[in-house]
Structures are given as C-alpha cells and as structure tokens.
Design a protein around this ligand. Structure first.
Ligand code: FRU
Length: 321
C-alpha cells in the first residue's frame, strides 16, 4: 500500500513535471493559446534626453492605453550601453511577455537581444538596429533612402554644387551609418563637396561645438547637413553667434511637429526629413505577436520631407525608388 502510494506520488510528480515543461514549451510556441487577462511589455529606451525619444515613449504609451490587456514597463538607459544591456536582462529575468528595444548602439546590444529571443521572448527592435537577425521584428524608416533624398534635395537646391558640413549621428549606431552613406549616394558625381565632417553623437551641444570649428576653418559654407534636427539646430546657433547663419542652409532629420517642423516654419531649417518614431506600429505589431499571428521580420515606415514651400500642405512623401 505504502509502496503503491509512493509510486503513485512519484508518477504523479513526474507527470506534473513533464506537464509543466510541455506547457511552458507550448506557451512559448503559441502564446495565444493561453488567453491572458494581461500582457506585460518591457520597453528598453536608450535615452530620454532628446525630444524624439520622449515622443517615441509617448506614442507607445498612447497606443497601449487603447488596449487594457497591455501594460508597458519603461526603462531609460540614459545613453549608457551597459545600463541598457542590464535593463534588457532584467526584463528577461522578470519574465515579460514581449520586449521592445530601441538600442543605443548595434554591436554591444546584439547579444542581450539575441539571448532574449533565444529564450522565446518575442523582441521588437525599434528605430536603431542590432547586428544579425536574432529578433522577431525590426521597425523603422529607411535611413539610407531618407539621406539619399536629403542629398538630392541639397544638390537641387544649391544648383549642383556647394560646400557642405556634415554633422553625423553616433557612428556606432546604424542610423548614423546609413544617413552618412545615403547622403553621399545622393550627391555622388556632382560638384558638391563635403568639406568638414564630425560625429556629434546625435547631441545638440556637440553639434554646436563642431560647427564652431567648421566656421573657424572655412570662410565659405553653403549647407549644413545634420543627421538629426537637434544637430542642425545646434549648427544654426553656432552660425548665428558668428553672424553667418544667413549665408548657408540647414537641413536635418526627424521632423517632429514641435521641433523640426517648427524650425522649418520659423525659417531656421530649410528642410527637415521625417523619421517616424514607430511607437504606435510597435504596439500594433506586439499585439499581433502576442495573439499568435505571424509578422514580417522587417517593417519599413514611410517618410516625408518638410520645406518652407510645402509645410502648410503637410510636407511631401518621399517617392518609392
Ligand atoms: C534620438 C535620435 C533621433 C534620431 C534617432 C536615430 O536619440 O538621435 O534624433 O533620428 O535617434 O536613431
């Protein structure tokens, strides 16, 4: 009798153990089968020091609020790669149902994203890329195409030639690399010359400082191409302080309504190219994944250009190439 009970208990325990494992495996493979009252999404933001990232979080929050079954936990890495790595690991440890990561840099954040993905936590990479393909979905606009359009716009506006200052975004992040390569493609074969380039790491104070160096070295500058609007604005402030802002055009990327678009309206920037935050698309994609639908591994968002001429008409969409 005793033996029977022990055996029975052991079988039962064994059965439970197997059952739990099978359950966990199934849950990972098909999360929709276990209808949950709520899903927790971990959102790892690389920094909140720039208006564009504040907007991204606001877009995510607004989209998530329309779905009471979702709760989003935000972490801000304050532009520190190691901190962002730790945040991703903390989210994995806490067992979130899905991760959204907007990484600071590609290479150092590839491993933690891949580790989460390998643990069957769906990962949406937003805006900046990681290396390889170890994530569920990447969402962002085509930076190379935007930059090519910026190059072509500059070429056309300056009549095929000119002296350009390029203020680059962090070159260990993929938008910095793509916005550099794309612009060069846009002006290729022309008489347009990049006479000064510097990595301002996406930050306005750095851009201002670099522009002061450019102004000190070059008496003639026709256009400043900055990889984001804060960079273009920093360059404008440096030129204004030197009394030279009317001698050159300033072009940036992001085109937030209250930032880049406002600068265009005020006549500070000649053009701003839109870089959508992807916040609402990230939540729409997260819902699909959590409900067991298949999503494409890349979602490319469209972009518009805003100039003094078209701003009142809501800008112009970049053409398909
Ligand atoms: C903000 C930002 C934006 C830029 C994006 C690129 O951190 O620098 O201005 O468009 O990141 O990832």
């Amino acid at each position: 009798m005793n033996i029977k009970i022990i055996t029975g208990g052991a079988v039962l325990l064994l059965g439970l153990g197997l059952g739990e494992r099978a359950l966990a495996q199934q849950r990972q493979a098909t999360p929709q089968r276990y209808a949950q009252a709520s899903w927790t999404i971990g959102m790892s933001q690389c920094n909140l020091g720039e208006p564009w990232r504040v907007q991204m979080n606001a877009d995510i929050r607004k989209a998530a609020e329309e779905h009471p079954e979702l709760s989003v936990v935000f972490k801000d890495a304050q532009n520190d790669t190691l901190k962002q790595r730790a945040h991703i690991e903390e989210f994995v440890g806490a067992g979130v149902d899905l991760l959204i990561v907007s990484p600071k840099e590609a290479a150092p954040l590839t491993a933690p994203v891949a580790a989460a993905f390998q643990k069957n936590i769906p990962v949406i990479v937003l805006d900046r890329k990681v290396l390889g393909e170890q994530y569920t979905c990447f969402i962002g606009a085509d930076n190379r195409k935007i930059a090519r359009a910026a190059g072509r716009w500059a070429l056309k506006t300056l009549g095929g030639k000119g002296r350009v200052v390029e203020l680059k975004g962090l070159m260990t992040s993929t938008p910095g690399q793509d916005r550099n390569v794309g612009f060069r493609e846009g002006i290729q074969g022309s008489a347009m010359q990049v006479i000064f380039e510097a990595d301002m790491k996406w930050l306005e104070p750095n851009a201002r400082r670099e522009m002061e160096s450019a102004l000190a070295r070059f008496a003639e500058i026709n256009l400043v191409y900055a990889h984001n609007d804060p960079g273009a604005h920093g360059a404008y402030l440096a030129a204004k302080a030197a009394g030279r802002e009317k001698n050159m055009l300033f072009v940036g990327i992001d085109a937030l309504p209250h930032e880049g678009q406002a600068y265009v309206r005020q006549g500070i920037l000649a053009a701003s190219f839109e870089y959508p935050t992807g916040g609402s698309e990230a939540i729409a994609t997260a819902l699909k994944i959590l409900n067991g639908q298949k999503v494409a591994q890349h979602l490319t968002l469209p972009s518009r250009v805003f100039t003094r001429e078209n701003i009142d008409q809501g800008g112009a969409w970049l053409p398909n190439e």
